[in-house]
Design a protein around this ligand. Structure first.
Ligand code: SF4
Length: 763
């Protein structure tokens, strides 16, 4: 039986296979996309190739892919640094067998008839490959349906509501929902998701990556015990997808080495789509005459998405290499899109002029067409949306004295509690709360601090876990610092390697962020060398880093109080463990204990409390401190280096037993290790923050009491909005991300007046 190769795009493949089964049922046909064919005919690569390039050239994933995707254009026609680098990379890959060649396929295609169908334009690079083969290009025959009007809207929401009205019309006319398709660009996803929900129209709009699932993310923290963490995934289809991703890295035992590649793959692996509801498709899909298609966002910015002269090889270089320039590709792309638009029988086209971020212009692909600008949405499709319209009209009336002509109609039909919103927390039953918590509660210092700052803040952040991360760069800086400081005492520690390797596993950085990272790198190097120097002032010879400590609390559900101490330094002597705890701070710190009774400023007392719970023999706490890693102010009376070193001294509380303190800080008389620590002829100076045994015990007991009280109130389900204003300063709301949710009113604030002890001691 004669064999043929049919090259067709993947979205046409199904249809082409169906047709050829009927017409050419006795032919042996191999179907492939053009990229699959070219990769097999020339060469391809896999994750091992990517990993090796990233390591060899010390570059990130996206740069690696740029190089790999341009390897095929290697030529002697150009001899600049870009070409030399590509040749170098290709030589390295070939020398190490890292490119995949399929010689059998090259042999196989030599005498085959190759039919190319569904590609309107075949670029010069592909044509150059096909020229040595026996190929025939079949052009698609396009319909030429008229487009008589396009709908214009000022705002994206109005455009989507128009489409919803039209969809309702179709559904009322018994058009099946699976015949309705939307062609959209990315800015529509959120708006469609929100509005279709209000109108109760099912749609598949949110592609969810498996990386968004907690149990999948947990695997990344547990790469040493993969089997166990994979077994924790209950759903088979997710498990299969994860295994498939991990199998791509079977070439390496230590999966941590390829962590960023695995993350990238997981992010690009999606959950199976729900097949019910309206489909989102593309202009390249195949539509039949029963389909009703809405092309939204007919804006210059989206249709078509044009090629730019910003690729690895510039247009000028592409001309020398005999490749298509962006201009040539764009001309063909425009022709192709116009053909595809006219090919759809039931097509409704619309565009917007603005959305919440940008302004847009109409695409100029179709001209001399009526533009409809005065579409008036309907009130027959959603009560919920009608109420939203009503509130908008009421807002316009109240705020701007503008009365919409439909206001009377809507207000006579709907009675809404306008301006009657009550922000009071209305409570949650204990039963519901415990069920939601799955009968277990873990409380950390930050969670407890949230609770004491404002119970509602704790509820949103720690119970509902609605986290609004505006800027992850600050968190990343914290992570990098903690990582480097954790490794700095390792035997084979090399500062640059440690810093660079960790940063490499993170996301791509903007130029501005890279500038900051460079500065942080330099600062942190100074920090590590100063900490090493500080250790020479101490006789404490043992340490633990990032030590998690758990304290079980006896309550009616399982409650665990936990904390991770950045550094525990200790010395065992005469059956006693002398110990200090240190927590690194990259941001601002406050070691003031004045507000401890209100549950505020508990950071240091909690470290003291946790250090006392460590599994070490006869613990004697010598001190508990914060270490500020970066400061912006320097003491002008000292030389630059000394001032910087001084800023890194520990801030916190020490024992008042000089004999014991001297074991930790041999310089305690005029300390180079602890801020403010000094002695005079009368004992400790007034700036030294020291505590006697009784005070330390009382602080531990008070902390335990505050932890217990906090837990009891949480288990009562008491999450009232109660931010604190102390001596006129709001200590709760300043950096709170939930300002837009709580609608704070004056009545909610708890005022604490401490004016009377303004001149008092800190402790
Ligand atoms: S803004 Fe203030 S009142 Fe509102 S949740 Fe945050 S801390 Fe509470």
């Amino acid at each position: 039986m004669k064999e043929y190769i049919v090259i067709t795009p993947s979205n046409l493949k199904k249809k082409v296979i169906e047709l050829s089964r009927k017409k050419y049922y006795n032919y042996n046909i191999k179907f492939m996309s053009i990229n699959e064919f070219i990769d097999k005919y020339t060469f391809s690569y896999d994750n091992k190739t990517i990993y090796n390039i990233m390591n060899k050239y010390n570059i990130n994933l996206s740069s690696t892919l740029v190089y790999l995707n341009n390897l095929c254009y290697i030529s002697d026609k150009l001899n600049n640094s870009k070409m030399i680098l590509l040749k170098d990379i290709k030589k390295y890959l070939e020398d190490n067998n890292l490119l995949i060649y399929d010689n059998r396929f090259r042999e196989y295609v030599k005498d085959k008839e190759i039919h190319i169908y569904g590609y309107n334009y075949i670029n010069k690079y592909y044509l150059n490959i096909f020229k040595d083969l026996n190929y025939i290009v079949h052009n698609i025959e396009y319909n030429n349906y008229d487009i008589d009007k396009i709908y214009e809207f000022n705002y994206i929401d109005d455009e989507v509501i128009f489409v919803i009205d039209k969809i309702y019309e179709l559904l009322r006319n018994n058009i099946s929902i699976d015949k309705i398709k939307l062609i959209i660009s990315n800015e529509y996803r959120e708006v469609i998701y929100r509005l279709f929900k209000i109108y109760n129209i099912p749609i598949n709009i949110k592609k969810r990556s498996i990386y968004s699932i907690k149990v999948v993310k947990d695997i990344l923290n547990n790469l040493d015990d993969l089997d166990n963490s994979i077994n924790n995934i209950k759903e088979d289809n997710i498990k299969e997808k994860v295994i498939k991703v991990l199998n791509n890295y079977s070439f390496i035992n230590d999966k941590k080495e390829v962590l960023d590649l695995i993350i990238n793959d997981l992010k690009n692996t999606y959950l199976d789509e729900d097949n019910n509801g309206i489909k989102v498709s593309t202009i390249d899909d195949i539509y039949n005459n029963e389909d009703y298609v809405f092309l939204l966002g007919f804006n210059k910015e989206n249709i078509p998405v044009l090629y730019k002269d910003n690729e690895y090889f510039s247009d000028k270089e592409k001309e020398v290499l005999g490749l298509d320039t962006s201009n040539e590709l764009n001309i063909n792309k425009k022709i192709e899109v116009i053909r595809k638009i006219h090919n759809i029988k039931n097509l409704t086209i619309s565009y917007k002029l603005t959305d919440s971020n940008n302004t847009y212009t109409r695409s100029d692909l179709l001209n001399d067409i009526e533009i409809v600008k005065d579409y008036k949405h309907q009130y027959i499709n959603s009560n919920m949306m009608n109420k939203i319209f009503l509130t908008t009209y009421l807002d316009n009336l109240v705020k701007y004295n503008i009365k919409d002509k439909d206001l009377d109609l809507l207000s006579s039909n709907y009675n809404i509690p306008y301006m009657n919103y009550d922000n009071t927390y209305s409570g949650i039953s204990k039963e519901k709360l415990y069920k939601y918590l799955d009968n277990k509660l873990t409380l950390s210092y930050t969670a407890l601090e949230n609770f004491y700052k404002c119970k509602f803040k704790y509820y949103i952040s720690n119970i509902l876990k609605i986290n609004i991360i505006k800027d992850d760069f600050a968190i990343l800086i914290g992570d990098i610092c903690h990582y480097v400081l954790r490794c700095m005492d390792d035997q084979d520690f090399d500062y640059d390697t440690c810093f660079n390797n960790y940063v490499k596993t993170k996301r791509e950085f903007s130029k501005r962020e890279l500038f900051f990272l460079d500065n942080i790198k330099e600062e942190l190097k100074f920090v590590t060398s100063t900490i090493k120097k500080q250790s020479t002032y101490s006789t404490f010879n043992k340490s633990m880093k990032e030590k998690p400590i758990y304290v079980n609390k006896d309550k009616n559900i399982k409650v665990t109080f936990m904390g991770v101490i950045d550094k525990v330094l200790y010395k065992e002597e005469d059956n006693i463990t002398y110990l200090v705890v240190v927590d690194y701070k990259t941001g601002s710190t406050n070691i003031n204990l004045k507000n401890m009774e209100y549950g505020l400023g508990l950071q240091l007392p909690i470290y003291l409390y946790l250090s006392n719970k460590m599994e070490l023999k006869n613990i004697k706490v010598v001190g508990f401190y914060l270490q500020k890693l970066f400061t912006s102010t320097l003491d002008n009376s000292k030389d630059y280096e000394t001032a910087r070193e001084n800023n890194l001294r520990l801030e916190g509380y020490s024992t008042d037993n000089e004999n014991i303190l001297s074991k930790f800080d041999t310089t305690y008389n005029d300390s180079k290790l602890i801020k403010g620590m000094k002695t005079t002829s009368k004992g400790f100076s007034t700036y030294s923050k020291v505590l006697n045994d009784e005070e330390i015990d009382s602080m531990i007991n008070n902390t335990d009491k505050l932890i217990n009280e906090g837990i009891d109130k949480i288990l009562e389900g008491d999450f009232t909005i109660n931010p604190k204003v102390i001596d006129g300063t709001n200590v709760s709301c300043s950096f709170c991300e939930y300002k837009d949710i709580c609608y704070l009113r004056e009545k909610d604030i708890t005022y604490i007046n401490r004016e009377e002890d303004k001149d008092g001691e800190d402790v």
